[in-house]
Design a protein around this ligand. Structure first.
Ligand code: FPP
Length: 295
């Protein structure tokens, strides 16, 4: 029997379970983590390898981050896999990325099904090659009833594209009389974005040291904590994710309120807010206090 052809089934290491317990005990975990996976090309160049090797190695990082997020009980993980701007890369690199994506979907589907990972996409996926669309639709459909982590791949996505697409949908609603301009609110815009069904990210992680949003989730990241690491994406593993979460846990998320108001809200007492802002602030506070029971 050629046993080496069958990879060992993944099991969470015992010492990692302890690290995760400790992390949970330290404080609130982010409910939604967004990741800009950057540095694949540089990782490959540093090793004198073709860029493809960097992207290939990046898949192992994504696998480890997905596994550890699911084990921790993170609700949503959204990763920037292919931006609208990435279409400008050499044709060969773009095709190679899509080939890798198909390979990744085929190889990871069984584990996603077994572990309750639900796959989603955001972005203009109708522009992707037909085979990629078919593989994505198949994986999305087969994982659609999973209740664990929601893993969203941003593909042919950019924050500005999504805002334009949302504005067009709202404008059509105005034209057909379904909505009046005065009724357009933050909720109307949020509901028209492709991210409508997910909460805003609590934490954004960016690898390879660049201090930019690069057109990722522009609306949704308004109040997210940002963690930038110099580690290149192919070297990024769960230890680096835990470090980002520890840093997140040390920060005080204020959503524009004062520290004293937050303490008041945290203690369960009402805070004084003008009537017009009340529902917005209440929503922010509920977002802040959510997860306290998860300690
Ligand atoms: C950025 O590195 C990374 C990407 C453009 C693609 C990320 C893709 C993966 C991690 C693989 C899984 C997803 C797919 C679509 C197969 P870069 O190439 O910009 O790195 P550089 O800035 O060092 O050149």
């Amino acid at each position: 029997m050629r046993k080496f052809l069958v990879p060992d089934k993944y099991q969470q290491p015992e010492d990692d379970k302890r690290v995760q317990l400790e992390l949970r005990a330290r404080g609130k975990l982010p409910h939604h983590i967004a990741v800009i996976m950057d540095g694949n090309g540089r990782w490959a160049e540093e090793r004198g390898l073709p860029r493809a090797a960097g992207h290939q190695a990046g898949i192992a990082s994504l696998r480890d981050v997905t596994r550890s997020s699911r084990e921790l009980g993170i609700g949503y993980l959204t990763v920037y896999a292919f931006s609208t701007e990435n279409w400008k890369r050499p044709k060969r690199e773009v095709s190679m990325l899509f080939r890798l994506l198909v390979k990744m979907l085929r190889e990871e589907l069984a584990e996603m099904l077994e572990n309750g990972v639900r796959l989603k996409t955001i972005g203009q996926t109708s522009l992707l090659p037909k085979l990629v669309q078919q593989e994505l639709n198949d994986a999305i459909q087969r994982t659609s009833n999973n209740k664990g982590l929601t893993l969203t791949l941003a593909l042919s996505y950019s924050g500005r594209w999504d805002l334009v697409h949302a504005m067009q949908a709202i404008a059509m609603g105005v034209r057909s009389g379904k909505i009046s301009p005065e009724d357009i609110s933050e909720e109307t815009i949020r509901a028209a974005l492709t991210t409508a069904e997910m909460p805003d990210p609590d934490l954004l992680v960016r690898t390879s040291g660049e201090l930019r949003l690069s057109n990722f989730l522009l609306w949704e990241l308004a109040y997210s904590e940002i963690h930038v690491t110099n580690v290149l994406w192919p070297d990024f593993r769960r230890e680096h994710l835990y470090e980002a979460i520890r840093e997140y846990q040390k920060r005080e998320r204020r959503f524009g309120l004062t520290g004293a108001q937050l303490k008041q809200a945290h203690a369960g007492s009402d805070i004084e807010v003008p009537e017009a802002q009340r529902s917005y602030v209440e929503k922010m506070i509920s977002r802040f206090t959510r997860g306290k029971s998860e300690l």
